[in-house]
Design a protein. Structure first.
Length: 363
């Protein structure tokens, strides 16, 4: 084979999909399983969203609305923005990918933190941007001072996750404000708020970057978490019209799909389901903390639908991970520099109890 893969693509480690749940069920013979490894909403999804998808299926032989008019109108109303400040993508990861592609060329740098959402580092490299990741603070948070000090004339995009996945840490209003005041306004600051609906219920002053007056912020939100429709792939970015216009130029013509647009419109109409998801998360996080304290498990307080537990080292992590797996509890062991940690998503009460019972047996 003589095809040459460009160096920046060849250097990327490809995504290694794990076994599927049915494969694992067969292998381990579990009767019950608690799926707590992807920060999904295990309560399910809104019936209104499901019905909207069923209705939309009637027209599935036609291409979707390429500009998601109805969905953008619903979001514009909800957030007090205009439709041309909103960009819809196949999940918020797609919005992030398009933002880097639209913004970065040549020597441009994508500046962020270590210990963040794993996919971002690859998205930067795929788009030929130099990825610079600063060490975290001792408390597993983004070190905004360090990030600020690394800004140089090549810095094009800064990525902040609030809340950060997988550490669960937050950036406060005051920290974000003071950071933004120091960032030159030609640098795009992506503030990823994938867990926002949970976060604002967990912290009375959780910063809402949509309400901050910085034209160089692009806020990312998703339907994959509190709305519970991760499988249809739907997320959005909200920012200045000039930024959104650039994103529209690089997007796939018919992204997101017709079914995803319908699912989103349905999901937005169901505030009762959203509230149920948020309340379950708030209550169940407290349950997990209480039980972790009882079992002497260290953890980092979280502002999202998962919590990062801290262990002695990577060996201990793999022992706990494998022992949980044998008991049908699926959690996420983490990677350097946090390979001594395991992320556990917040599930339904019975799943969380199953997780705690398994941990108690193991310890
Ligand atoms: C911080 C963060 N951003 C973005 C995403 C991607 O979400 P989506 O399903 O919208 O692509 C995730 C998913 O886990 C996440 O944790």
């Amino acid at each position: 084979m003589n095809i040459q893969i460009p160096d920046h693509i060849a250097a990327i480690k490809s995504y290694q999909p794990g076994k599927t749940i049915p494969q694992l069920k067969e292998e381990y013979g579990w009767e019950k399983v608690a799926i707590l490894w992807n920060n999904e909403n295990t309560l399910g999804y809104s019936p209104k969203s499901k019905q909207a998808v069923i209705d939309a299926y009637e027209s599935i032989n036609y291409y979707p609305d390429p500009v998601s008019r109805d969905l953008k109108a619903a979001l514009a109303k909800r957030y007090g923005k205009s439709e041309n400040q909103i960009f819809m993508g196949n999940g918020s990861e797609s919005v992030l990918m398009h933002a880097i592609r639209a913004m970065c060329t040549g020597e441009d740098e994508f500046l962020t933190s270590e210990g963040g959402f794993v996919i971002i580092y690859n998205w930067a490299r795929i788009n030929n941007a130099r990825c610079v990741a600063m060490p975290m603070t001792d408390n597993y948070a983004f070190d905004l001072e360090a990030i600020k000090s690394r800004i140089n004339r090549n810095t094009k995009v800064i990525y902040l996750a609030n809340v950060n996945n997988p550490t669960g840490t937050m950036i406060t209003q005051q920290e974000l404000d003071s950071f933004m005041q120091h960032v030159p306004d030609h640098i795009l600051v992506i503030v990823d708020e994938a867990y926002f609906e949970y976060s604002e219920a967990l912290h009375p002053d959780f910063p809402n970057s949509l309400k901050m007056d910085y034209p160089n912020i692009l806020t990312l939100r998703t339907f994959s978490k509190a709305y519970g429709i991760a499988g249809v792939r739907l997320g959005f970015g909200i920012g200045h019209e000039k930024i959104i216009d650039a994103l529209n130029k690089v997007k796939l013509t018919f992204e997101p799909t017709a079914l995803a647009q319908a699912a989103g419109i349905g999901a937005l109409q169901d505030t009762a389901f959203l509230k149920k998801s948020i309340d379950n998360n708030t209550r169940q996080l407290q349950y997990l903390y209480k039980e972790f304290d009882r079992l002497g498990i260290r953890y980092v307080p979280s502002y999202a639908n998962f919590v990062m537990t801290v262990w002695k080292d990577k060996d201990e992590v793999m022992k706990v991970f494998n022992a949980l797996m044998e008991r049908g509890v699926l959690v996420r062991p983490l990677y350097d520099p946090i390979s001594h940690c395991i992320r556990i998503s917040v599930g339904r009460p019975e799943e969380n109890q199953m997780c705690i019972q398994a941990l108690e047996e193991i310890l």
